[in-house]
Design a protein around this ligand. Structure first.
Ligand code: PSU
Ligand code: MN
Length: 305
């Protein structure tokens, strides 16, 4: 029944027919995470990296009340250019689809759509999490609940320290979501390769990552896995610098009484503004690196099943 909401690109349809590995990509990062035209350029380059590594890219978004699995260049351009595309998470999907609207899917919504489309590996930049002071605001991203129940692996560069990373890890632990470090014992913090926190497990090869995913799902253990892949050394930002920027962004959010779904885009926007583009360069580099690792994992997983 749900198939009526899905609309596949030709490339993804062909991949399904020939049993090629497919890698999902989100669209909030395009509409709300990066400025135009870098967002569209990056989205296309990321797709190309996935092809070069033997998989097929499926950028996911809601367009005219359909779940698009794979976007054309025109659709990418539209998403990247239109200033008022709704950020779409789990709770937004029914309304946006039923009223034939557009939406840029978050990690949570992209996981849902990927699972419906039979895609097991999803590449992005950073996941949402437990916000600082969540004990009073109750601001916890629905990305974390999605990781608890939807069977998709998320390859990311860890979590940004706009979040309370420690509480985010506690939440994932409670929900039984494994957090694996790709070639690292430390949990990466998006712009930096390390944080004060450790990952649960270290994985060093795409093959080992695929074996872990296969083990999890063959046991019927519902939910995703976070595969945290550190930003390349050359692109990492200096920790003191980015910490100061994030503190300032958090202060501004408080002063402006930002709440609900606006919190994360507001903080990301402030960080961008305050770093005058260096954060954008880092962001682009880490997403590309995740695309490489994610497609290698997808290829391995495809050869296991
Ligand atoms: N963190 C980032 N970059 C992003 C996001 C988070 O470093 O682009 C986006 C992702 O789409 C993520 C969403 O799923 O923000 C989380 O929003 P919220 O905290 O409102 O759940
Ligand atoms: Mn939130």
């Amino acid at each position: 029944m749900y198939e009526k909401w899905l609309d596949y690109s030709k490339e993804v349809l062909e991949a399904r027919r020939t049993n090629k590995p497919v890698v999902a990509l989100e669209s909030t990062i395009i509409s709300h995470g990066m400025p135009y035209p870098q967002n569209v350029k990056t989205a296309k380059e990321v797709e190309e990296i996935i092809r070069e590594n033997g998989a097929v890219p499926a950028t996911i978004a809601i367009l005219n009340g359909k779940i698009k699995i794979g976007l054309s260049d025109e659709e990418l351009e539209f998403l990247g250019k239109s200033p008022d595309i709704e950020k779409a998470s789990r709770r937004d999907l029914p309304y946006l689809l039923a009223s034939k609207k557009n939406g840029a899917t978050t990690v949570a919504a992209t996981m849902i759509c990927a699972e419906l489309a039979g895609i097991k590996v999803f590449v992005t930049g950073g996941i949402g999490g437990v916000h600082r002071e969540a004990e009073t605001t109750m601001d916890i991203s629905s990305d974390l609940q999605e990781l608890a129940k939807t069977n998709v692996a998320v390859v990311c560069a860890g979590a940004k320290s706009i979040l309370d990373i420690g509480l985010t890890l506690e939440y994932l632990e409670t929900q039984g979501v494994p957090v694996a470090g790709y070639g690292t014992d430390a949990l990466p913090a998006f712009y930096t390769r390390t944080s004060p926190y450790k990952v649960n497990f270290r994985i060093d090869t795409p093959h080992d990552a695929a074996e872990m995913l296969a083990a999890k799902w063959s046991l019927g253990l519902q939910g995703g896995v976070v595969i945290a892949n550190p930003i390349p050394e050359a692109d990492a930002l200096e920790e003191g610098f980015i910490t100061a920027v994030i503190e300032k962004a958090l202060g501004d959010a408080k002063e402006n009484n930002i709440s609900g779904k606006e919190v994360t885009p507001f903080l990301l926007g402030k960080v961008k503004e305050l770093t005058e583009g260096t954060s954008l360069t880092a962001n682009i580099a880490l997403v590309k690196n995740n695309a490489k690792v994610g497609s290698q994992i997808a290829v391995q997983l495809n050869s296991l099943d």
